[in-house]
Write a protein that binds this ligand. Sequence first.
Ligand SMILES: NC(=O)c1ccc[n+]([C@@H]2O[C@H](COP(=O)([O-])OP(=O)(O)OC[C@H]3O[C@@H](n4cnc5c(N)ncnc54)[C@H](OP(=O)(O)O)[C@@H]3O)[C@@H](O)[C@H]2O)c1
Length: 308
Amino acid sequence: MGWTTVNIPSQSGRLAVVTGATGGLGYETALALATAGAEVVLAGRNDSKGARALARLRAVHPDASARFELLDLASLASVTAFAEKMLAAGQGIDLLVNNAGVMAPPKRQLTVDGFELQFATNYLGHFALTARLLPLLRSIPGSRVVNVSSLAADLNSLDLVDLQSERSYVPFRTYGTTKLALLMFALELQRRSESSGWRIEGMAAHPGWAGTDIIGNGPASCGWQATLWRIAKPVLLRFSRSAGPAALPILLAATSPDARGGRYYGPTGLRELNGPPGMAKVPARALDGSDATRLWETSERLGGVRFA
Ligand SMILES: NC(=O)c1ccc[n+]([C@@H]2O[C@H](COP(=O)([O-])OP(=O)(O)OC[C@H]3O[C@@H](n4cnc5c(N)ncnc54)[C@H](OP(=O)(O)O)[C@@H]3O)[C@@H](O)[C@H]2O)c1
């Protein structure tokens, strides 16, 4: 039998921050970490969803050490406010799971900061968050940052001169760009951590395909796509996994003593859509070190942060 939640070592005494933990994979990740004894911060943009997620978690584990904190990844001011609250509390962070995401809304949308929504939420917000939390991550030797990527990273669609999809917005290609960027960010974080002695492990994971809210909130959020999704949903979801098993690659990356920085984890079944968690195939473009450097420098500029 493959790696499952029973293989998670005790997380007692460890602080984990999971973004987008109000539902889907993020919630399942937070639940498994809390079950293993971690103190978990469920970070999300919606207070009432946060309260509901906490109530669900406490219904399973009344003694869980978990709390909800407001964090809207699509707003750099919200990212700063969240990080400042964490820094003021001063508790070292053992694990940051950069999970929150939106997928392929049919129309190009802008955030309050003027960035394309998917780029800002999935990638830039997490980049800025990680930079701002760096002192707390660095205070725990061996702390981990797990970026949740996707098979869509394999579209190799990163366009470094059009990161905002201004020239052309093809919803799923833009999604693939953000997921490739997250993977490259994880690998570059590992390289920079090694060369600068930060003692942080940067790694990535993808879930394969999970039947969460991501389609209804994204590509099928409006118009004819919503109608089509209502019709096709029962059939398509039969081929997906539920969020619990799909979160296993994230949990393996986050907790396994055998997991290492610089690696990419995912399901090991057919086309990495499902199956037991293990090593995933890294798309060729993600290994381009000079692109990763350019992306990093651009992200520091756009996000108004420095990792130094
Ligand atoms: N499901 C899959 O098959 C699949 C495959 C590959 C990768 N992934 C990745 O897995 C991650 C989790 O997705 P999921 O499938 O669990 O989808 P989901 O059920 O839609 O959950 C997404 C989570 O992200 C949160 N979120 C969205 N925008 C946010 C923002 N601006 N600030 C803070 N939180 C925000 C959502 O909060 P609200 O509830 O407030 O919207 C929700 O908690 C995503 O990064 C996704 O790209 C999923």
